[in-house]
Design a protein around this ligand. Structure first.
Ligand code: ATP
Ligand code: MG
Length: 329
């Protein structure tokens, strides 16, 4: 069972507009609502892979209720943590040529009690599933991984993820962390089992630009010295790196047409965890999920039928001198 934690989820509203004219009244030709947030995406992709998942989310107000309802419709189990502030609504304006303009709201400020309730809910979920024993049916699924994803809402200290890692480890679960900036650096001290930075986040974490795959390997190794047990670094079109205690692997896939890279990193992390969360086979699954995700519209998560493992190459012979197509500053 893979538990996901999204501290700042959203109700994503997408409006299709003919053109983006500043200062004008734009008439949308279509609109849709989706539950949003990086951990929510991971849960959607894990569920699509046929694995059990529960999404832990602080939810408040009418938008929060809608997020819960939309996830329930998609068959995704939610462990809601009620909060006083309303869950944020993010707006996306989609133009016919595929250009997406997004407005992300800050979201509610969580109180100290709500912050603690979120940690306690994760801890209780690990306990509940571990206590039932593995292999005894749905409720007996042990929590194998906790994926903590995205930025922290106001009110949560940068050390909040560090605290979550510590408590999850005490309870015997493994932690995958996909965040950036000070909250990533603070959490490294608690030795998360895997972190998934993209190239920009990796460059920011080590404080220097990345021009080659070798630069990314060095940066990932540095994150290991700060405490990460393994680093799954996603390098956009160039593929992904897995740097662990036992080896370094590079994975890539041929993709002919890219429709949307939104959520490709989230799909990759889900693919990695659903395939066991370690070693080259899990990296291959991560790359297959990333490649499939970019060929699907919006943040649609891939299903098994979308995956093409035969298009994926994983090698321990890392092309260190290869220039990154999207260098990170
Ligand atoms: N243009 C592309 N062509 C082919 N594959 C891609 C492309 N962009 C992304 N991918 C695949 O998806 C993976 C994840 O993408 P990326 O590194 O952009 O993640 P990310 O920035 O964390 O994304 P997000 O946070 O929006 O989910 C890549 O490692 C790669 O396997
Ligand atoms: Mg990402």
């Amino acid at each position: 069972m893979i538990l996901t934690v999204t501290p700042n989820p959203s109700l994503d509203r997408t409006y299709e507009v003919p053109a983006l004219d500043r200062g004008e009244v734009l008439r949308a030709t279509a609109e849709r609502m989706d539950p949003g947030g990086k951990g929510v995406n991971v849960s959607r992709a894990v569920a699509a892979a046929g694995r059990r998942t529960v999404a832990v989310l602080p939810l408040g107000g009418a938008p929060g209720a809608l997020v819960a309802e939309l996830l329930a419709q998609q068959g995704i189990e939610v462990a809601p943590v009620p909060v006083a502030g309303a869950t944020r609504s993010n707006i996306a304006l989609a133009e016919p040529d595929g250009t997406l303009t997004k407005i992300n709201a800050p979201g509610p400020e969580l109180t100290g009690a709500e912050s603690e309730a979120l940690l306690a809910t994760v801890r209780a979920r690990i306990g509940a599933h571990a206590g039932a024993g593995a292999g005894t049916g749905r409720d007996g699924d042990a929590v194998t991984w906790i994926a903590c994803c995205g930025s922290l809402p106001r009110g949560l200290a940068p050390e909040w993820y560090a605290e979550l890692v510590a408590r999850a480890h005490e309870a015997g679960a493994r932690i995958a962390l996909d965040t950036s900036g000070p909250s990533l650096l603070a959490a490294l001290r608690e030795r998360p089992d895997v972190v998934k930075p993209n190239a920009e986040e990796l460059a920011q974490a080590v404080g220097r630009p990345l021009a080659t795959v070798g630069d990314a390997v060095k940066a990932a190794e540095e994150l290991r010295t700060y405490g990460a047990a393994a680093v799954l670094a996603s390098l956009g079109a160039d593929g992904q790196l897995l740097v662990t205690e036992t080896g370094t692997y590079f994975g890539s896939a041929t993709v002919t047409s890219v429709r949307s890279n939104v959520g490709a990193g989230d799909a990759s992390l889900a693919g990695f965890l659903a395939a066991g969360g370690e070693g080259p086979a899990a990296l291959a699954s991560a790359v297959a999920h990333g490649a499939a995700a970019v060929q699907l519209p919006g943040s649609v998560m891939p299903s098994p039928g979308d995956l093409d493992l035969s298009a994926v190459t994983v090698t321990a012979d890392v092309p260190l001198d290869r220039l990154l197509t999207e260098p990170a500053s």
